[in-house]
Design a protein around this ligand. Structure first.
Ligand code: F6R
Length: 257
């Protein structure tokens, strides 16, 4: 069992994004060659917007940072407008001083996807591991694309997306039929090796998954609950995402208003 997960609760999603962006900026200021683990999806968009502003006004620089994204859809080329590589370029990489070769997103169109997974793990290992990992959480408790039932020791692999995840991500595609059915994802084991993990969750639709992840012990029904065995894990929530937390967790949380 790891150390107790720390919980910070912000008034709203903007305040939560401010908090996470400031934490990431401070970490980069302390160690300019930081190895960052990054997430896509709706949740971190505002965090990246704030980091872009901080880089543009000279507060922080990504020039020595290396980044590894959590996941990518199988079958989408890097320039596909819904690929996670494209997301990262348009939300962060194209607007900051990061070195292109130091940004890593698994390739969903590699000829040998299984080799791609092994190479991705090796690339993380070669950099000495991830210093600071940003995560979101799915309504079903997934982290990256590790769906319920995933192995706690899992490494980067090709996975099937659940119907629930396909439906949740359909909002980014023209129709649900365009949502890929498979993805490459870092495993829970890969994620748990990060020195520090920050999971951000906003919105009422995440409240049940957040409450389960933080209470009731680690279990396969909630991949995010395995973060309870992490050494240095923080959940940054807005009030809505914290609305189903048990009283004891609310009492021990830090409020950032
Ligand atoms: C994205 C990822 C996913 C998302 C999760 C929440 O790289 O790994 O686990 O973090 O699906 O997505 P949003 O933020 O869109 O609610």
């Amino acid at each position: 069992m790891g150390n107790q997960i720390k919980v910070r609760i912000a008034e709203n999603s903007q305040a939560a994004a401010n908090d996470v962006a400031s934490e990431f900026a401070r970490a980069i200021q302390c160690k300019p060659s930081l190895i960052l683990g990054l997430a896509t999806g709706g949740t971190p968009v505002e965090v990246y917007r704030k980091l872009v502003a901080m880089v543009q006004n000279g507060q922080v620089s990504f020039s020595d940072c290396t980044t590894f994204n959590l996941d990518e859809y199988v079958g989408l080329a890097p320039d596909h407008h819904q690929s996670y590589r494209h997301f990262m370029q348009s939300k962060l990489f194209d607007h900051v001083d990061v070195t292109a070769e130091k940004t890593h997103v698994p390739s969903g169109v590699a000829e040998d996807l299984y080799q791609e997974c092994e190479d991705y793990e090796a690339a993380i290992r070669n950099e000495g591991g991830i210093d600071l990992q940003l995560l979101g959480i799915g309504e079903n408790g997934h982290i990256a694309f590790n769906e319920p039932g995933s192995e706690v020791k899992g490494r980067t692999s090709v996975v099937d997306l659940t119907e629930n995840t396909i439906a949740a991500n359909a909002r980014f595609f023209d129709t649900i039929d365009h949502v890929p059915r498979k993805a490459i994802t870092m495993g829970i084991g890969t994620i748990l090796e990060a020195s520090k993990i920050v999971l951000m969750a906003t919105g009422r639709n995440k409240a049940t998954a957040v409450a389960r992840a933080l209470s009731g012990g680690p279990g396969a029904d909630s991949p995010a609950s395995y973060l309870q065995s992490g050494e240095d894990v923080t959940f940054v929530l807005d009030a809505d995402a914290s609305s189903e937390l048990p009283d004891a967790l609310i009492e021990s949380a830090e409020f950032i208003f």
